[in-house]
Ligand binder design. Structure first.
Ligand code: PGA
Length: 257
């Protein structure tokens, strides 16, 4: 973390978990245990059907709400899809784009990710852009090449001032939901490279202002070590974010730094 130049963001990614009723219950349980003074921004990304419930439930806790996906077109005949403007109008602030589950299970390509990033920024949403290598890619020694390509593709055509509104989440696919976390050194190496890619594209001032998160089995016992790394400015947390007490432990780890 480096709170001098950029925001630390602890974000939960609920994936396809919790109903609207369970969303309210989570908020009620979180409220009394959430640290009052936070050195980080806290975000919960919830399923689309729970967004308005979440915006209402978390409003007085200064917890921001994020969506887990959007469609890049503004409106039209796209049955089942949700646009950036629709999310913005609900009071949503962040949107996860290019999560590996969407890339792997729903055919999301780097080109689609780029279109979604543009759509989010145009509507005034802050995209949380996920990048990450597979285990095979890591073992082949092409992790940094893979990440560089994903970051360049996601940010293609995005101006420097808009890039400051983007969050990049480094999520090694082999660490997601597996209980197998990247070591702090592995995570730091990649997050450092992501910043270097942005520096090469848009200069040092822009690069140092971008929040870069780590995600992949982050939990209360490894959060502190990961967040102690200069270029790791927060976490995108799946499993551990579903439990209010564990989520708060990770927020507290960010508060300590
Ligand atoms: P995990 O998920 O913390 O359960 O590994 C992280 C993510 O997919 O964003």
């Amino acid at each position: 973390m480096n709170t001098r130049y950029r925001k630390t963001i602890i974000a939960g990614n609920w994936k396809m978990n919790k109903t609207a009723t369970e969303t309210k219950k989570f908020a009620e349980e979180l409220k009394p245990i959430l640290p009052k003074a936070k050195r980080c921004e806290v975000v919960v990304c919830v399923p689309a059907c729970n967004l308005s419930t979440a915006v209402r439930a978390f409003r007085d806790m200064r917890v921001s709400v994020g969506a887990e996906n959007l469609y890049f077109e503004k409106s039209g005949a796209y049955t089942g899809e949700v646009s950036a403007e629709m999310l913005k109008d609900l009071g949503v602030k962040y949107v996860i784009i290019g999560h590996s589950e969407r890339r792997q299970l729903f055919g999301e390509t780097d080109i689609i990710v780029n279109k979604k990033v543009h759509a989010a920024l145009e509507a005034g949403l802050n995209p949380i852009i996920c990048v990450g290598e597979s285990l095979e890619e890591r073992e082949m020694g092409i992790t940094l090449d893979r990440i560089t390509l994903q970051v360049k593709a996601a940010l293609a055509g995005v101006s420097g001032d808009k890039i400051r509104k983007c969050v990049i989440a480094y999520e090694p696919i082999w660490a997601i939901g597996t209980g197998r976390t990247a070591t702090a050194e592995q995570a730091a190496e990649v997050c450092n490279e992501i910043r270097a890619v942005i520096r090469n594209m848009h200069g040092a001032r822009t690069a140092r202002s971008v929040t870069i998160q780590y995600g992949g089995s982050m939990n209360p016992s490894n959060a502190e070590e990961l967040l102690a790394q200069q270029d790791i400015d927060g976490g995108l947390i799946g499993g551990a974010a579903l439990d209010p007490a564990k989520f708060v432990s990770i927020i507290s780890a960010a508060n300590q730094e």
